[in-house]
Design a protein around this ligand. Sequence first.
Ligand SMILES: Nc1ncnc2c1ncn2[C@@H]1O[C@H](COP(=O)(O)OP(=O)(O)OP(=O)(O)O)[C@@H](O)[C@H]1O
Length: 304
Amino acid sequence: MITFRGLTKRYGEKTVVDGLTSVVASGVVTGFLGPNGAGKSTTMRMTLGLDHPDAGAVLIGRKPYDRLRYPLREVGAMLEAKAVHPGRSAGKHLLAMARSNGIPARRVEEVLATVGLSDVAGKRAGTFSLGMSQRLAVAGALLGDPAVLMFDEPVNGLDPDGVRWVRQLMRSLAAEGRTVFVSSHLMSEMQLTADHLVVIGKGKLLADAPMDEFLAGNSSSCVSVRVPVPAQRAALAERLRTLGVSVRHDEAGELLVDDATVDRVGDLAHELGVRLHGLGERTASLEQAYLELTASSVEYGVRA
Ligand SMILES: Nc1ncnc2c1ncn2[C@@H]1O[C@H](COP(=O)(O)OP(=O)(O)OP(=O)(O)O)[C@@H](O)[C@H]1O
């Protein structure tokens, strides 16, 4: 569990984390979202004692980071993949980390195997590709077998295989009962990975909710209907409207029907003799819900 209690950080005049209060639960993947500059990395850095709050606190389990005797055994983190001495081998790097936290040396082999780097354990980290560096950083996070894991943009620059690997790893770590707190700008990936969301904008908490609740509250799903014959499309839309159902057209000419089920729209089309080429539920996307929620919190951007 990670607990944020009125966490606040200022840089000069600017409050970059502003009274953040939230509890990140164990056993689920919690996505940490927010526009560029929202304060996600600063929050994570404070959680790891790399930055100090001006007010409030952040606790790992029940203690602040600087009161943890062996931090790596309590919290594993991946903030920057390239934060490894380039001349050091992957194995030596992990061994040094293990020694500093009283972790048995055999854990190094275990985590290297978990992340698929056993064969390159003796190679210098400086020669690693981005994907390998990300895997090495994940190995470092897992080294102390911690109950809390934190990842800042873990899939940045990974190929589709690597992205899927990270997703499965996060899900399995949460299934083991760990706390998994992960930031990302890739909404489609987050929708597949996270169970719960914490969203911030300009340092302030904007949402703290389970994924399905967040989607239901910040966007709408509808029924989409593809009618190839324009006259029939107009007739179906007209009929729906006379029944008090709201109908829109999307850019591709499909009808988007709110407040009606697929069954009802299908039956109606059948009654009217309208030929359909497509009928289905269009579910809310996290991207759409997120953009609606954060529209007023982007620091830099072009408004449509
Ligand atoms: N050391 C620092 N000194 C001054 N300002 C800083 C410092 N670190 C971060 N900031 C500012 O704090 C704000 C929050 O930055 P932070 O990196 O935490 O945001 P973020 O949500 O992680 O953004 P991104 O998604 O772009 O990584 C930004 O406006 C940034 O310019």
